[in-house]
Design a protein around this ligand. Structure first.
Ligand code: IMP
Length: 427
């Protein structure tokens, strides 16, 4: 059962899109198991950046199929736009994209509630895509699932009831504007021809594919510290981003996960509110933001920037059980004369090694200063082509997290990726 999971170690935006796109060449299926259009996986295709929000980014590989599993939430309008932009690039999704009938739908009222709460209630810094309110409806058992579209009459009457209820809520609780029922229904109706052929039982599709010995990549969205259980609650997303979410978000056996690759950026970023122990508040943060083009792929917001935090990787390793790391955007550090890495923390009552979400506000990073390499590494083809300080940096990460760095990314293009000699993802 060769299934490999690719999981973000930090607060999302680790560059998982590029890693998935790279490994998708070896996979028959790439499957999303969590989140929705809050994700923004950017991949360079024919020299153009393509941003995937809901469709698994492995689909750029012509032989790979894509699955959106039941653990995800789906915005029909965003999906339509994604399908069209892929078609414009000559990428066809017919018979290649399958969406589980159990996926819950995001409607305009979810987005309106998400956005009005950000203004009028405690700010989380959400993407405003309606993620939290859609998962809330799912848990409250009033959500509407994709498969219900097969019976339009029943679907329409349930949707009308929900719109009426949500309009009442928006107006009475938040003094907001009601949404137009007709417009919401017409938008869904106009997407029906696109949607109906995609509805499937993807638990069955992936399980039989695995039984045939086919290779499946599990594409994590967001990162470990945004997980609803294990992240920096309440500054998290509303789905489960860690490896435990794969069996339930796809309806497959946990035994299908043969290995897990943790993806971490060579430094740390976060969008939205919440604690961030290694955040760089000085000008240097702005410089890294500029070099690393650190602006949200979904909202365009500037990302907050910080040094690499090994306590976070150790925590992500514990929660997800990986021993292989993929380090992205190493080239962004090219011009740094020295690089700081947090290796453990000082707290009010002593030192701790691992990140601890419960005490996050009191964690003071203990920094180790490493020498920068101050030259471009973009042309390197193998690990041994890297300057010594860059190799030392990677070795330090591996040693202090007890992992093996199996790959690095040194630029946006697929070719700007180095895989450790002898490493083979599926064998
Ligand atoms: P939501 O998922 O839109 O509810 O946002 C909750 C938190 O997760 C906010 O801090 C967002 O910025 C963050 N977030 C959600 N999706 C992503 C992502 O794909 N990358 C990085 N941060 C994300």
């Amino acid at each position: 059962m060769p299934g490999i999971a690719v999981i973000g170690c930090q607060w999302g935006d680790e560059g998982k899109g590029k890693v998935i796109d790279f490994f998708a060449r070896e996979a028959e299926i790439v499957a999303r198991f969590n989140g929705g259009p809050n994700a923004g996986h950017t991949v360079l295709y024919q020299n153009q950046p393509v941003v995937f929000h809901q469709i698994p980014c492995g689909l750029l590989n012509p032989k790979t199929k894509g699955v959106i599993g039941s653990g995800c939430v789906l915005d029909i309008g965003v999906l339509g736009e994604e399908i069209n932009s892929l078609r414009n690039l000559g990428v066809e999704i017919k018979d290649r994209l399958f969406i589980d009938y159990r996926v819950h739908l995001i409607f305009p009222y979810h987005k309106a509630i998400d956005q009005i709460r950000e203004k009028k209630r405690a700010k989380i810094g959400t993407t405003g895509r309606g993620i939290g309110p859609a998962y809330e409806d799912k848990s409250a058992r009033i959500g509407i699932r994709l498969g219900e579209l097969k019976d339009w009459g029943e679907f329409e009457s349930r949707l009308k009831k929900n719109i009426a209820f949500k309009n009442f809520y928006l107006m009475t609780v938040y003094d907001g504007e009601p949404l137009n029922e007709r417009e919401i229904i017409e938008e869904v109706e106009s997407e029906l021809p696109n949607l109906l052929p995609l509805i499937a039982d993807t638990s069955e599709i992936i399980s039989s594919s695995l039984k045939r010995g086919e290779r499946v990549l599990f594409e994590g969205a967001q990162g470990t510290l945004l997980d609803l259980n294990y992240g920096t609650y309440p500054y998290v997303t509303s789905s489960f981003t860690t490896v435990g979410a794969i069996p339930s978000g796809l309806g497959i056996s946990p035994k299908a996960i043969k290995d897990v690759i943790g993806v971490a950026k060579a430094y740390t970023t976060r969008v939205g509110e919440g604690p961030f122990p290694t955040e760089i508040k000085e000008e240097l943060g702005e410089r890294l933001r500029e070099v690393g083009k650190e602006f949200g792929a979904t909202t365009g917001r500037p990302r907050r920037i910080g040094w690499l935090d090994l306590g976070i990787i150790r925590y992500a390793k514990r929660v997800n059980g990986f021993d292989k790391l993929f380090i992205t955007k190493l080239d962004v550090l090219d011009e740094m004369p020295e690089i700081l890495v947090a290796d453990g923390y000082l707290t009010n009552d002593g030192e701790v090694e691992d990140f601890d979400p419960e005490r996050v506000w009191e964690l003071k990073p203990k920094y180790v200063k490493l020498k920068g390499w101050q030259e471009s590494i973009k042309k390197a083809k193998k690990f041994s082509d890297l300057p010594k300080p860059a190799i030392d940096y990677l070795n330090f990460i591996a040693e202090r997290t007890e992992t093996e760095v199996i790959g690095i990314s040194i630029g946006e293009r697929r070719e700007e990726t180095i895989i450790k000699e002898g490493f083979n993802l599926f064998s």
